[in-house]
Design a binder for this molecule. Structure first.
Ligand code: NAG
Ligand code: NAG
Ligand code: NAG
Ligand code: NAG
Ligand code: NAG
Ligand code: NAG
Ligand code: NAG
Ligand code: NAG
Ligand code: NAG
Ligand code: NAG
Ligand code: NAG
Ligand code: NAG
Ligand code: CU
Length: 570
């Protein structure tokens, strides 16, 4: 292993100083040029699809209240959309991005301008492609600072930095996905994990070590914006010898939560304060998977970056001891202990009454292989996944949002997504895992319709079908309150007694505990069609998704405007 202190690429802390905030704000207008890029990782050249010639793509920096305008030019060979992960998109669902949910793709050679306001959220979000597996390499940070005159509700950091965790294949991810979808089998595992695009020192890179390095000034406090952009891996993240204080998650402030480990699922962000209070030296930041599914093979490598003090004496950084891959108690302790900062100017109290009460099973299943075909999934069928035994199929003719707007649902979607599992069974009992009478799931495009401003409670109930696993569930268009989480089957009599209705964490993505459940609540005050799905890209194309169709509210401020000019057509 090369001594990284000598050979590390000189990434210094991003050059944005806080003076940036004096720029007359209001509109942040920029462009993304998405096209082929050849990069070298793990000793080989690989052509990837990338925004603006970099991996990760450029960081978008805005202030709360800004209008964001991004002109996206698709110069790649693939259909493309960009999703602004976690942005509420109030009255701008046309800019949300999931392919065939809110828009048809931008075709190769095409362009589309995403225009939306960023209000009511401060912290860290991110953007990523939302078309097939393109997000493996088309992603970047979205940093939202307080508007002028407002401050962070914590000590002013000396500097800020983004730490983006990713996942790397020695292959074209679209080919990996398509190969799996053709045979119905699970896709091959990735070859590495990355921090800010680099696998780090524990992988052989064949050339002077390229690793992300953060130079710190002793005694200073840094705000690290940690983003999990991996396709299929949840992570444990640690920095050797340094404790961290969580102050935000998914661009919502939390009460300060001290911890030595961060647990982060794909789609989630975590803002932490780090104080450089250790003896001058080199310390690894490291991440490896939290692999909740027993018996499922995964890439068990560790990705690293370096925290460097000046005048470090040693040349080999200290490596933190990460939790065991299956350390569910540590994962649960972290994700169940975060609470909202209710003094935040963006906090709204939890709605106390519920208009729509849903229990939704989430998990795996199988679908028919097809006549005369040979499939590589369980029982010779295709791997599949579902919510309430409905396995979501993307429409092909028109996006869901456009069909809803034009009142032409016929042939595009139905609105019969059930409020309860169609079959009541012992959801988390592993004796059911291979019970073939439960596994075959119909393929449908069914949505759940909601009245404007309805309060919606959804208990997401994992199943043990095929296997138990923590699924990071992501809701577009809203933050939801996490009222409670637990293991086993949800108990509608006793579990609500322990709901946190006072300061529950607000999130857009939540890892539903392995073999367990989570109760979430939100107010449907944003008309549009909003995708809810597993953020593991292995499960999304299998159908672990549905959408909420939130109707207009009858006033101009609650009515969906028409699609913008240049809106892509199929
Ligand atoms: C981009 O890369 C793909 C995949 O390697 C290749 O098929 C295509 O020809 C490349 N396109 C351009 C314009 O270089
Ligand atoms: C992306 O590249 C274009 C063209 O060089 C440039 O105009 C734009 O500012 C870049 N976008 C960002 C966010 O850096
Ligand atoms: C963007 O696409 C439109 C067609 O939708 C085309 O008319 C326009 O010229 C394109 N803009 C640029 C700058 O390429
Ligand atoms: C963004 O906010 C501004 C000012 O409130 C408003 O005029 C504009 O219509 C909003 N834009 C969008 C795309 O909603
Ligand atoms: C981190 O916090 C733990 C628990 O509060 C404490 O025991 C430990 O000494 C701290 N470590 C450092 C390096 O500050
Ligand atoms: C680590 O990654 C390498 C590829 O760089 C792979 O060959 C190896 O199997 C991985 N190790 C584990 C334990 O997954
Ligand atoms: C967090 O939650 C666990 C239950 O999983 C509890 O035992 C623990 O005391 C809580 N508090 C902290 C600070 O971790
Ligand atoms: C399946 O194969 C048989 C024998 O080759 C053929 O007669 C039949 O038409 C095929 N069915 C389909 C749906 O392709
Ligand atoms: C769709 O139907 C609603 C309610 O009937 C009506 O108000 C609206 O104008 C229709 N929209 C279109 C585009 O036809
Ligand atoms: C799902 O639906 C299929 C077809 O109706 C049925 O055979 C199966 O038992 C159902 N499974 C569950 C878990 O509801
Ligand atoms: C939504 O409902 C809440 C409580 O019922 C009410 O206070 C609020 O004004 C409503 N919002 C809109 C936009 O109708
Ligand atoms: C790309 O999008 C167009 C328009 O929706 C569609 O017809 C085509 O099948 C898509 N191509 C791929 C490879 O998915
Ligand atoms: Cu999943």
């Amino acid at each position: 292993m090369a001594p990284s202190s000598v050979l590390a690429v000189g990434f210094v802390l991003a050059l944005f100083s806080l003076s940036f905030s004096t720029a007359s704000a209001g509109i942040v207008e920029t462009s993304f040029h998405v096209k082929n890029l050849t990069v070298n990782r793990l000793c080989q050249n690989q052509v990837i699809t990338a925004a603006n010639g970099s991996l990760p793509g450029p960081t978008l920096r805005v202030k709360e209240g800004d209008t964001v305008v991004v002109h996206v030019f698709n110069k790649s060979p693939y259909n493309l959309t960009i999703h602004w992960h976690g942005v509420f998109q109030t009255l701008t669902p046309w800019a949300d991005g999931p392919e065939m949910v809110t828009q048809c793709p931008i075709r190769p050679g095409g362009n589309y301008t995403y225009r939306f306001n960023l209000s009511g959220q401060v912290g860290t979000l991110w953007w990523h492609a939302h078309s097939q597996w393109l997000r493996a390499t088309v992603y970047g940070a979205l940093v939202i600072r307080p508007r002028d005159g407002q401050k962070y509700p914590f000590v002013k950091p000396y500097r800020e930095d983004t730490i983006i965790l990713g996942e790397w294949w020695n292959a074209n991810p679209i080919d990996v996905e398509n190969a799996a979808l053709t045979t119905g089998a699970a896709p091959v595992n990735s070859d590495a994990y990355t921090i800010n695009g680099w696998p780090g020192d524990l992988f052989n890179s064949c050339r002077p070590s390229k690793i992300y390095k953060l130079d710190v000034v002793p005694g200073k406090t840094y705000l690290l914006r940690i983003i999990n952009a991996a396709l299929n891996a949840q992570f444990f993240f640690k920095i050797a010898n340094h404790n961290l204080t969580v102050v935000g998650a998914d661009a919502a402030y939390t009460n300060p939560f001290p911890t030595d480990v961060v647990v982060i699922g794909p789609g989630q962000t975590t803002d932490v304060l780090l104080t450089a209070n250790q003896s001058p030296g080199l310390y690894y930041m490291a991440a490896h998977p939290y692999a909740s599914a027993a018996g499922v093979p995964f890439n068990a490598n560790t990705t690293t970056a370096i925290l460097a003090y000046p005048k470090a004496k040693q040349s080999t950084p200290l490596l933190p001891v990460l939790p065991a891959f299956n350390d569910t108690p540590t994962a649960f302790r972290f994700s169940s202990n975060l609470t909202a900062l209710v003094t935040s100017p963006f906090w709204s109290p939890v709605p106390k009454t519920v208009d729509e009460n849903m229990l939704v099973t989430i998990g795996l299943g199988i679908s028919a292989c097809g006549t005369n075909q040979t499939c590589g999934g369980i029982f010779g069928q295709r791997m599949s996944a579902n919510m309430n035994n409905h396995s979501f199929v993307f429409p092909t003719r028109m996006s869901l949002l456009e069909a809803a707007f034009r009142n032409v649902s016929g042939g595009v979607y139905t609105t019969d997504f059930p409020d309860q599992p169609p079959l009541t069974f012992d959801y988390t009992n592993v004796n059911n895992s291979f019970n073939q009478s439960l596994l075959m799931t119909p393929k449908l495009t069914s949505l759940k319709k909601l009245k404007f401003n309805a309060t919606v409670q959804v208990v997401l109930q994992n199943t043990a079908l095929i296997g138990v696993e923590n699924h990071p569930m992501h809701l577009h268009g809203f933050n939801f309150y996490v009222l409670a989480q637990g293991f086993g089957n949800y108990d509608p009599i006793n579990h609500p007694k322990n709901f946190n209705l006072v300061n529950p964490q607000e999130r857009n993505t939540l890892g539903v505990p392995v073999g367990g459940w989570a109760a979430i609540r939100f107010r449907a005050n944003n008309p549009g069609v909003w995708f809810i799905h597993c953020h593991l890209d292995v499960h999304l194309p299998w159908g672990l998704a549905t959408a909420f169709y939130v109707e207009n509210g009858g006033t101009p401020e609650s009515t969906l405007p028409p699609p913008p000019a240049g809106f892509p057509q199929c």
